[in-house]
Design a binder for this molecule. Structure first.
Ligand SMILES: [Zn+2]
Length: 249
């Protein structure tokens, strides 16, 4: 395999997804004076981070068991572009991979990681989470969250976590690497369903969250590799404010 490293330009990054606008947006971090408690004060465009009533992530408790439409993934094998965007490692994907939910099609744009998992279940976070960010023709976002625990290696995640660019702004492509996207998901597609927001500035709302109940596993070494780059990049959980969380039986 041949590695190709590129320092991505800001214009390119700006078009591929909500987590990639780092070059154009004010500096924010996960701790200290630019940490989550201060995001809204960093830029007028970030005020939803403080004023929003449907913010993510949340601690999932007391979910209402109810039949939910099946998540239909039309995911293929793709050559990934692995980006270190200064807040996480993100994998940008070519068009053609989709989630269909209740007859509605969302295109997969990218996935990226947080550690620990941002979403909690009964107060507990997982070691990591992968967020699969989808967008429909009207621009509405649907994010599928796959919780990640240490355990047996997942070949797809291992290949990504073995090729993370070391520095913010760098993109890595790997000649000959075809990532089987469906193999990144757990076998059981049961999920939690709720309305929320982006978990990074500008914290925009009307994001449809679909958190898979069954975690996937990656090797402890892969988790350590990610944490060597990003030791902690999870926003704290946000108030539910009366939102109903539904869960498939
Ligand atoms: Zn995320």
């Amino acid at each position: 395999m041949k590695l190709r490293l590129a320092v991505a330009c800001a214009a390119l990054l700006a078009v591929v997804g909500p987590h990639t606008a780092f070059a154009a947006s004010p500096h924010w971090e996960y701790r200290g004076a630019h940490g989550p408690a201060h995001w809204a004060a960093l830029d007028s465009g970030f005020e939803t981070c403080a004023k929003g009533a449907q913010q993510s992530p949340i601690d999932i408790r007391d979910a209402l068991v109810t039949p939910l439409p099946a998540l239909q993934f039309s995911y293929g094998s793709v050559p990934p572009a692995i980006v270190n965007n200064g807040h996480t490692v993100q994998v940008n994907l070519p068009a053609g991979n989709a989630l269909t939910l209740d007859g509605h099609r969302y295109e997969l744009l990218q996935f990226h990681f947080h550690t620990p998992s941002e979403e909690r279940i009964q107060g507990k976070s997982a070691a990591m989470v992968a967020h699969f960010v989808h967008r429909d023709a009207e621009g509405q976002l649907a994010v599928v969250a796959a919780l990640i625990q240490p355990g047996q290696a997942n070949p797809g995640f291992e290949s990504v976590l073995a090729h993370m660019p070391a520095h913010a702004g760098e993109t890595l492509t790997v000649d000959g690497l075809a990532l089987d996207l469906a193999a990144l998901l757990p076998a059981d597609r049961g999920y939690y369903d709720f309305d929320g927001s982006l978990t990074t500035p500008p914290c925009s709302e009307h994001v449809h969250w679909l958190v898979l109940k069954q975690p996937v596993t990656v090797s402890p070494a892969a988790i350590r590799r990610f944490r060597a780059l990003y030791a902690a990049n999870a926003r704290p959980v946000q108030p539910l404010n009366g939102r109903v969380v539904r869960v498939s039986p």
